[in-house]
Design a protein around this ligand. Structure first.
Ligand SMILES: Nc1nc2c(ncn2[C@@H]2O[C@H](COP(=O)(O)OP(=O)(O)OP(=O)(O)O)[C@@H](O)[C@H]2O)c(=O)[nH]1
Ligand SMILES: [Mg+2]
Length: 436
C-alpha cells in the first residue's frame, strides 16, 4: 500500500465543440489496393471522430513525394491546410498517421491549430466509454503512457489556452516535476490493475473448475459481436452503430443443443492500427479470451475492407497466442450484405469453417449453435478414475458418453482412463479429483 496515492492527472479531454479537418497522409508510390485501404482508414477516422463526439469538417488526402522528418508533410503544405481549415472554422487537424511527439508539437507550432492523431482519438473514445474499474484504470494508464513523451507539447497547449503568448516550453524544473508526478501515478495504477487482474483470475479459475467451456466472440469493431452475444445468450449487452460501443468484457452462461453448458464472452472490438500502448493495456481485458475453448470470429459481411478487418483480428489472435485455438468464422449482417456487395462471399469460401448469419434477424443462428456444439465436442478431456467394483454404473456411464481408452480391473478397484467431452466432464470431475 502506498501511504498517499498520487492524484489523478487531468488528461487532455476534448471540448464538446471541437471541429477537425482530417489529414490522411499517403506515402507515394501507392498501389491500387493500398490506396483503397488508406481511403477506408480515412473513412474510419471520420467514424472515430464521431464516436469521440467531435465533428469532421473535411477529409484532405496528402500524397507527399517524400516524408519530412520534422513535420511529416512539407511546411508549406501544412500551412496551406491550416489556413484552409481555419477558414472553415476548424479547431484542429486530425492526422490519420502516427505522428512522433516532435512532429506533433512542430505541426501545432507551425499551424497554430490543435493537432491530434488516430491513437489520441481512440484513447479519447476509450476514456469516455470505460465503465468498469479495470477498464478505467487501463485507459488512464494508456493515456498517461502516451502523454509522457509528449509532456512538453501538452504544456504548450495549456499555455496557449491561458492566452499565453510564449512558445517557450516550461522551465526544466517544472517539466521534471510533472514527469515525476506522471510516473508516480503510472506506478500506482499498475499496482491497482494487478490487484484487479488477480481478482479476475480467481473468478476465471472457479469457472474453469466447473468445466464450462468458453466461447469468445472476437472481431473488428462494429461487426455485430454484442448483437450476436445477445442473440446467443438472451442478454442485453449494449449495441450501437458506432465504433467501440463495447469496452468492458461481459460473460454469460447459456447452453447449446444437446444441453451442453457454455460461457460466451463479448469483448472490445479491434481496429486496424491500434495504438500499441492501448493494445498493451487491453491485453488484460482479452486475457479472458486466452482461455477460450472456441473462438468465434465475427466479420461484418458489409464491410468495405474485408481483408483489413480479417487481417487485424487474425493478428491480434496471433499476438495473444491463440492461433491454435479452434476458430469459427461467422459472416454477419447477411440480411443486408448482398445489397452492399457480394465481396464477402469470395472471402468466405477461403476461410473454413465459415458460416453466414444475421445476428439481427436470427438467420443461421441455429446452425451456428449446432456448429459450436460440434466444435466444442472435439475438445475432450482426459480423465483417470479409480473406482470400487460396486460402482460399475460409472463405468457404464463412461462407455455411454465418453471414449474409454483403457480399463484395468485389479483386485480391489477398477482403473479407467477416458476422453470425456467437456459437456459431460463435470459429472466425473469430483471423482477425478478424489483420485488425484
Ligand atoms: N443489418 C444488420 N445489422 C446488424 C447485424 N448485427 C449487428 N448489426 C448492427 O451493427 C451495429 C453494430 O453492432 P454491435 O453488436 O454493437 O457491434 P459490436 O461488434 O459489438 O461493436 P463494438 O462493440 O463497437 O466493437 C449495430 O447498429 C447493430 O444493430 C445484422 O445481422 N444485420
Ligand atoms: Mg460491442
Amino acid at each position: 500500500m502506498t501511504p498517499t496515492s498520487p492524484e489523478p492527472i487531468p488528461t487532455d479531454q476534448w471540448q464538446p465543440d471541437e471541429r477537425f479537418v482530417v489529414v490522411g497522409v499517403i506515402p507515394s508510390p501507392v498501389s491500387g489496393e493500398n490506396l483503397r485501404a488508406h481511403r477506408q482508414a480515412l473513412a474510419e477516422m471520420e467514424s472515430l471522430l464521431e464516436a469521440a463526439r467531435a465533428e469532421c469538417l473535411e477529409v484532405i488526402e496528402v500524397r507527399p513525394a517524400h516524408l519530412h522528418a520534422g513535420t511529416l508533410i512539407s511546411r508549406i503544405r501544412a500551412e496551406r491546410i491550416a489556413s484552409h481549415a481555419k477558414a472553415m472554422g476548424a479547431t484542429g487537424l486530425a492526422f490519420d498517421a502516427d505522428l512522433s511527439p516532435a512532429q506533433q508539437s512542430n505541426l501545432e507550432r507551425l499551424t497554430g491549430l490543435k493537432v491530434t492523431t488516430r491513437p489520441e482519438v481512440i484513447l479519447d473514445i476509450f476514456a469516455r466509454r470505460a465503465q468498469t474499474r479495470e477498464g478505467k484504470i487501463q485507459v488512464e494508464l494508456a493515456q498517461l503512457r502516451y502523454l509522457l513523451p509528449r509532456l512538453k507539447r501538452q504544456w504548450l497547449h495549456l499555455e496557449r489556452q491561458r492566452g499565453g503568448i510564449g512558445l517557450r516550453g516550461p522551465g526544466e524544473t517544472q517539466l521534471e516535476t510533472d514527469r515525476r508526478r506522471l510516473r508516480d501515478r503510472i506506478a500506482h495504477l499498475e499496482r491497482d490493475l494487478e490487484r484487479v487482474i488477480r481478482h479476475r483470475e480467481t473468478q476465471r479459475r472457479a469457472r474453469q473448475r466447473s468445466q464450462v467451456p468458453l466461447a469468445a466472440l472476437v472481431g473488428y469493431t462494429n461487426a455485430g459481436k454484442s448483437t450476436l452475444f445477445n442473440c446467443l445468450t438472451d442478454a442485453r449487452a449494449h449495441v450501437e452503430d458506432q465504433v467501440f460501443a463495447t469496452l468492458d468484457p461481459t460473460v454469460r452462461r447459456t447452453s447449446l443443443p444437446g444441453g451442453q453448458p457454455i460461457v460466451v464472452s463479448d469483448t472490445v472490438g479491434f481496429i486496424s492500427r491500434t495504438p500499441p500502448t492501448l493494445f498493451a493495456a487491453f491485453r488484460a481485458t482479452l486475457e479472458e479470451t486466452r482461455h477460450a475453448a472456441l473462438i468465434i470470429h465475427v466479420v461484418d459481411a458489409t464491410s468495405a475492407d474485408i481483408p483489413t478487418h480479417l487481417a487485424t483480428t487474425d493478428q491480434v489472435l496471433e499476438d495473444l497466442g491463440l492461433s491454435e485455438t479452434p476458430l469459427l468464422t461467422v459472416w454477419n449482417k447477411v440480411d443486408i450484405a448482398d445489397e452492399v456487395s457480394s465481396d464477402w462471399r469470395r472471402w468466405m469460401w477461403r476461410r473454413s469453417p465459415s458460416l453466414a448469419i444475421s445476428a439481427k434477424t436470427g438467420a443461421g443462428i441455429a446452425e451456428l449453435r449446432r456448429a459450436m456444439a460440434v466444435m466444442l465436442e472435439v475438445r475432450d478431456r482426459e480423465i483417470t478414475l479409480r473406482l470400487p467394483h460396486e460402482r460399475y454404473d460409472v463405468v457404464a456411464r463412461l462407455h455411454a458418453v465418453a471414449r474409454v481408452v483403457q480399463v484395468l480391473y485389479t483386485h480391489d478397484e477398477i482403473r479407467i482412463r477416458a476422453l470425456v467431452p467437456p459437456g459431460v466432464a463435470f459429472e466425473f470431475e469430483s471423482r477425478d479429483q478424489l483420485t488425484g
